[in-house]
Design a protein around this ligand. Structure first.
Ligand code: AMP
Length: 222
């Protein structure tokens, strides 16, 4: 089972992928998480990546493709994976085509104003990357209750400190959305033409969404 989760930053790719992958016995691969780890290590490459991420720009294709090539060799990918945040450019998608046959691409949608509200309210565990959200959005047919930790400011899974990603601040969000519109959005057509695209409207919180997606993704079990 090999899936790509597509959609703008903050739409819920990471939240959904991190909950679905263990249930399906496949790996959750987030290039954002890989690069945040690299940046935290403070290597020369890590520092370069960190500067790019802080601006909200994309890491160069060559580095991203190499990171994926290495990651998919790991044992947890034996039964498949969900790619979260990769590919983000046509060149990355073509490189992926040369590596694997993807079963399905889930294109996750959300109204623009809700997206902005959700990204600004995202909190992430500094240790394990688990995702929370302090926004309570109930309007225009959207029912998204907050995803709060049991103890304020602490991750339920590992007790790590919750923080707001520097690139989730308003000035960087705009840059990230511009990059999404210019470089990543063309992938929707790319995968539609291949007959792989499945459109999904996110209107409720993960409690309702996860069972729906589990049923959908489960159909690709071999
Ligand atoms: P994410 O956690 O998916 O929002 O990614 C955070 C940041 O990591 C992005 O804003 C980019 O700077 C970088 N990044 C993650 N995935 C990719 C990718 N596939 N291509 C280029 N840059 C990426």
């Amino acid at each position: 089972m090999k899936f790509v989760f597509l959609g703008p930053p903050g739409v819920g790719k990471g939240t959904y992928a991190s909950r679905l992958a263990p249930k399906l016995g496949i790996a959750h691969i987030s290039t954002g998480d890989i690069f945040r780890e690299e940046a935290a290590e403070g290597t020369e490459l890590g520092n370069r990546i960190s500067a790019i991420m802080k601006r909200g720009d994309l890491v160069p294709d060559g580095i991203v493709i190499e990171a994926i090539r290495e990651r998919v060799k790991k044992d947890d990918c034996r039964r498949g994976f969900i790619l979260d945040g990769f590919p983000r450019t046509i060149q990355q998608a073509k490189a992926l085509d040369r590596m694997f046959r993807i079963d399905m691409v889930l294109n996750i949608h959300m109204p623009h104003d809700i997206l902005i509200e959700k990204i600004s309210a995202r909190r992430v565990c500094r240790e394990c990357g688990d995702i929370y959200n302090v926004a309570d959005i109930q309007r225009d047919g959207i029912d998204m209750p907050p995803m709060l930790p049991k103890v304020q400011g602490k991750c339920d899974k590992c007790g790590g400190e919750l923080y707001q990603r520097p690139d989730d601040k308003p000035e960087v969000i705009k840059e990230r959305l511009d990059n999404y519109n210019e470089l990543t959005k063309p992938l929707i057509e790319y995968y539609r033409k291949k007959g792989l695209l499945h459109e999904f409207q996110a209107r409720t919180g993960p409690e309702k969404v996860i069972p729906q997606l589990l049923e959908l993704l489960g159909k690709y079990k071999r």
